[in-house]
Design a protein around this ligand. Structure first.
Ligand code: GLU
Length: 374
């Protein structure tokens, strides 16, 4: 039994490796996918938000197009991804549709998580999908990503998604049931490690010795993904997917390795915001807005009385009260020039002030930190 209690986590990112979903001939394992969908339906019914990061596009597409993966060039694999991705998501759509769950395809490139403007856009979109109980099926946009601009493996992509959506658990399903002290394939003394409280150089060294997956990600990439996620306040679980109903098995206490996060996603985000050195502008707020922020609300344009600085959407701005005292910081949803036009506007006036339909908040509550009484 693992010490994992899956029900304690609200928002789960589940990463599915190619080897679970696609056989050696490039055929999709529909029975397994249906069992995964059954598990996702149970989690969704119990109130969890679930996002799936799925590999398999290249494996399926190579078989569809008759491409030999071992001898293929990059552009062949990119073409394979285009042909395979459509089949992959269609299979998810069907499997989840049996439970009346709507699936949505999201294809990502690293810019979408590394550039703060796009990060905010992607985050709001995921937020809207999850609000509507849609299950996003996410993959790297392999068809256009080039070698220099790739996540490289879906373990890392899944960790970035977990950070983006402030998930509290990342489940990496693969062909191993966790981290071992050495490679269990070649060393009979290898010991399974059920829990990791902090990822050290020793943890990375153990992972280096453990072989896994026929996909791109080995155990080392899984531990690196765990490092990204746990720093963002998201626990990471490595578990076997080579079984029936893999998520239900985890719920029932099945064997896995849990990498614990030190805090919550919200705390990690606030800590990061408080520590950002480059502040690009300032927003001055009226007393009502300060009060609204202190009770956990977002900053609306109507509460902004002055704007300073030439900042861009996604930059960090200082938040000041009416007497000019810095009360916190946040990520601006608008650029400095847009913020100037919007300062003092009611929500209904935003479109007229900008000339296009904008967003309703100036700084979202998930993206701000208050220095006192926070
Ligand atoms: N994005 C690739 C695919 O769908 C897989 C990458 C990986 O397995 O890490 O085929």
């Amino acid at each position: 039994m693992s010490g994992l209690v899956l029900s304690e986590y609200h928002r789960l990112v589940v990463k599915v490796g190619s080897s679970l979903l696609v056989d050696e001939q490039g055929q999709l394992n529909r029975d397994w996918l249906e069992m995964l969908a059954d598990d996702v339906a149970v989690l969704a019914r119990d109130g969890h938000d679930v996002l799936i990061v799925s590999s398999g596009a290249i494996a399926i597409g190579s078989s569809v197009l008759g491409i030999n993966k071992r001898r293929a060039r990059l552009e062949d694999l990119q073409a394979a991804a285009a042909a395979g991705q459509i089949q992959l998501v269609h299979a998810y759509q069907e499997a989840l549709g049996r439970h009346s769950i709507v699936a949505a395809q999201v294809l990502m490139t690293p810019d979408d998580t590394e550039d703060r403007r796009r990060f905010l856009n992607a985050r709001r979109t995921f937020g809207k999908l999850l609000e509507r109980s849609v299950v996003p099926i996410i993959n790297e946009n392999d068809t256009v990503a080039t070698v220099e601009i790739r996540y490289g493996d879906n373990d890392r992509l899944a960790a970035r998604i977990a950070q983006l959506v402030m998930a509290d658990a990342l489940v990496l399903l693969s062909d191993v049931d966790g981290l071992y002290s050495a490679d269990p394939g070649s060393n009979p003394d290898a010991v399974h490690i059920p829990e990791v409280n902090s990822i050290t150089s020793d943890t990375l060294a153990m992972a280096g010795e453990t072989r896994s997956d026929v996909g791109t990600g080995g155990m080392a990439t899984k531990v690196q993904a765990a490092r990204i996620a746990t720093r963002a306040g998201c626990a990471t679980i490595i578990a076997s997917g080579v079984i029936s109903h893999p998520l239900q098995a985890l719920k029932d206490g099945g064997r896995c390795t849990v990498f614990h996060a030190s805090g919550t996603p919200a705390a990690a985000r606030k800590q990061w915001l408080a520590g950002v050195l480059k502040v690009s502008g300032e927003l001055q707020l009226d007393d009502g807005a300060v009060q609204a922020l202190r009770t956990g609300n977002s900053l609306l344009p109507v509460g902004v009385t002055a704007v300073a600085g030439d900042f861009r959407r996604g930059d960090v701005v200082m938040l000041k009260d009416a007497s000019g005292v810095e009360i916190g910081r946040g990520l601006a949803e608008y650029s400095g020039s847009e913020a100037l036009r919007l300062a003092g506007c009611q929500s209904g006036q935003i479109e007229d002030a900008l000339g296009y339909r904008g967003r309703s908040v100036m700084v979202h509550r998930d993206d701000l930190v208050l220095f006192d009484n926070d």
